[in-house]
Design a binder for this molecule. Structure first.
Ligand code: COA
Length: 331
């Protein structure tokens, strides 16, 4: 870790009213759009509301009266999720070859990790810092006992994709648009699809129907990952049972970009082109909605899915780390 200047303080984020963090969040929004083509402004507005209500757990770096970096987490029962860490890029006259913003981010992360690791009610910590390139905090996380999983951010340009997918489903399956009433069956599907899957190690919500429902509510109802796009979300249903065989969920992350927040197929219906059809349908719908590109994230170990995405025209545009810590059971 690099040395920080002496004229700075690290304070609890709940000391600050929202306007103090506005310049920082504006700089962060600019980086999200530049690096990932995501419009982060609605997330920033939500963070501002939490800050205004002094409800966001985390820390801030204060230098000469200005907040120059922050880190925050949210709690889900006994799990803590580190949502973000970001430092204002240093002015060119201050920035030398060492990266002062990286030093601030690492310092804040270490502060938050110390707090969480010493909180007896926290038995699990997860973090996916999508904005930051893989490796940036790997050392900090590993030193605190975390396991790291590399993930890919893949993007497919949509220009010229004018035709609907031509995959033919077996006769007992049918494709239809997503409906609000699919939430509970979708939670059951996610739980089945991710049994013993690397992504269940990264996100423990996938391990239960209750957790999957929480994941879905966050995506579909609370705009937890962009604005849910009903028109770009589809399910494949088994005609006889009416149970879901597969689904794709789309969100709008900027005027020009769609994002797939979930793609999965029940193990009993795999290798029949269900995922290929769902991906094609979502891409076609986003194209008709005026998006220029579509993105998704996938774990590096999920080689089957990466093969499918590459086949469909997705290319890796960025890599990032997922970090997970579990409290060892006491003897
Ligand atoms: C990945 C997943 C969605 C694929 O669903 P699917 O309906 O079986 O996929 P498709 O039948 O459309 O397969 C399309 C292509 O993907 C690749 N593929 C899919 N499963 C594969 C496997 N088990 N082994 C090798 N290649 C595979 C192949 O290229 C396949 O084409 P092919 O069958 O013509 O060889 C499904 O396995 C799944 O739900 N996995 C668990 C959840 C998950 O990983 N979701 C993605 C998270 S990012």
């Amino acid at each position: 870790m690099q040395a920080l200047g002496t004229n700075l303080e690290i304070l609890d984020l709940r000391h600050f009213a929202a306007p103090m963090l506005r310049p920082l969040l504006e700089a962060e929004c600019a980086l999200w759009i530049d690096r990932l083509h995501w419009d982060y402004r609605s997330s920033a507005r939500l963070l501002m509301q939490y800050l205004e209500n002094r409800m966001l757990p985390g820390f801030a770096v204060v230098e000469s009266g200005k907040v120059t970096a922050y880190v925050f987490c949210v709690y889900e029962e006994s799990k803590a999720v580190i949502g973000d860490v970001f430092a204002l890029p240093a002015a060119p006259e201050i920035a030398n070859s060492a990266s002062p913003e990286l030093a601030r981010e690492q310092t804040l992360l270490i502060h938050l990790l110390e707090l969480l690791l010493n909180s007896p009610h926290v038995d699990r910590i997860e973090s996916q810092l999508l904005l930051h390139p893989a490796g940036r905090f790997a050392h900090t996380f590993r030193a605190a006992g975390f396991e790291i999983f590399q993930r890919l951010y893949m993007v497919q340009p949509l220009q010229g994709r004018w035709s609907q997918p031509s995959v033919e489903l077996p006769a007992h399956l049918e494709l239809r648009p997503w409906r609000e009433s699919d939430l509970a069956p979708a939670a059951r599907l996610i739980c089945e699809a991710y049994r013993n899957h690397p992504d269940s190690a990264i996100n423990d919500q996938y391990r239960s129907v209750h957790g999957s429902m929480r994941f879905l509510n966050n995506i579909v109802r609370y705009a937890g990952c962009g604005t849910f796009a009903t028109q770009a979300s589809f399910v494949v249903v088994e005609r006889a049972s009416r149970e879901l065989a597969g689904l794709v969920l789309g969100s709008r992350v900027s005027d020009r970009s769609g994002h797939l927040t979930q793609v999965c197929v029940h193990p009993a219906f795999r290798r029949r082109g269900v995922a290929r059809l769902l991906l094609g349908q979502a891409a076609f719908s986003f194209m008709r909605l005026g998006a220029a590109e579509i993105s998704l994230t996938v774990t590096e170990a999920n080689t089957e899915a990466i093969r499918l995405y590459s086949d469909e025209g997705y290319r890796c545009a960025h890599t990032f780390d997922a970090a997970v810590w579990r409290r060892a059971a006491s003897a």
